[in-house]
Design a protein around this ligand. Sequence first.
Ligand code: NAD
Ligand code: ZN
Ligand code: ZN
Length: 344
Amino acid sequence: MKALQYRTVGAPPEVVTVPDPEPGPGQVLLRVTAAGVCHSDIAVMSWPADQLPFPLPLTLGHEGVGTVEALGAGVEGFAVGEPVAVYGPWGCGACSMCAQGKENYCLRAAELDIRPPGLGAPGAIAEYMVVDSPRHLVPLGGLDPVRAAPLTDAGLTPYHAVKRSLPKLVPGSTAVVIGTGGLGHVAIQLLRAMTAARVVALDVTEEKLALARAVGAHETVLSDASAAAAVRELTGGRGAEVVLDFVGAPPTVTSAGAMAGVEGDVTIVGLGGGALPVGFGSPAYEVSVASPYWGTRAELIEVLDLARAGAVDVHVETYALDDAPKAYERLHEGRVEGRAVILP
Ligand code: NAD
Ligand code: ZN
Ligand code: ZN
């Protein structure tokens, strides 16, 4: 089969032919229908060899949707031909976090060398993929696979980030979304569907801000050194109740800290390497800073339910598998509108 692989440290990914995978006992083979392209892959491909936590080559893609092609020995609960989404943050299934469905925070994944598809295990940007357990599948239930694939990360990650701050997002509150790309443009929609907060979106180009407004942002602000002051002004000096940073770079994290109001939440989702020093009086009193990772199995089911209810619509650019390297190039250049999705 064809697959998109990261093969050489620092080099762009390549479309190659690899042996067709077979499902082992307890595993499920999917025929991939759509796979999203996440900026985290760009971060992974920028790491030097001694920081890569898994061997190459690696088949990329951690946002996958497919149809069940074959069931490994002993697998029940899914039928051949059934359309499913893949829950990506695989865990052991048995520790106290996994028992709560929080496989994203599995306590034993590192020790057992369990890695997500596309981030260590063979991923979704291929004609077929093996899912290690039916526990990691959620029925698509009529959703368009192309728009549903990004929901498994670009939907699930912001959903988890928003959900933890829901008690603060009361009517009259303000939520800021920094970075309105793949994750951010879904975050805006989730905030609108789940809360009464006023949504302020920040990005670096007018095109991205236009998309932010089209998907529901009440206000947009160019992300520069004066952005925090602009958000303070929009909130009558109070600052935002919740700031979600989908960039996480030093300047955005600094802005995020400066625009959060008393008792606010600063949630750093982006892998941009920024850090927020916390000391008495700075950021504002009782601001909480968190860096969540992906989401739970139950939350993926909730995100798919929201999409089925029409509350979330991912903007997609589609690419054939042969053109997948071009999708990564465009993402790297900041030119993707919404999410790039590969159709193997
Ligand atoms: P993306 O490239 O689709 O979107 C990033 C957006 O940020 C773009 O619109 C870009 O124009 C904008 N941007 C860049 N610099 C900016 C700045 N200084 N101020 C404001 N906006 C700026 O990326 P994505 O796939 O949505 O991923 C976003 C980030 O989240 C990445 O760092 C990714 O690695 C990370 N991520 C984290 C998790 C997690 O679980 N924590 C999960 C998925 C992705
Ligand atoms: Zn991702
Ligand atoms: Zn576990």
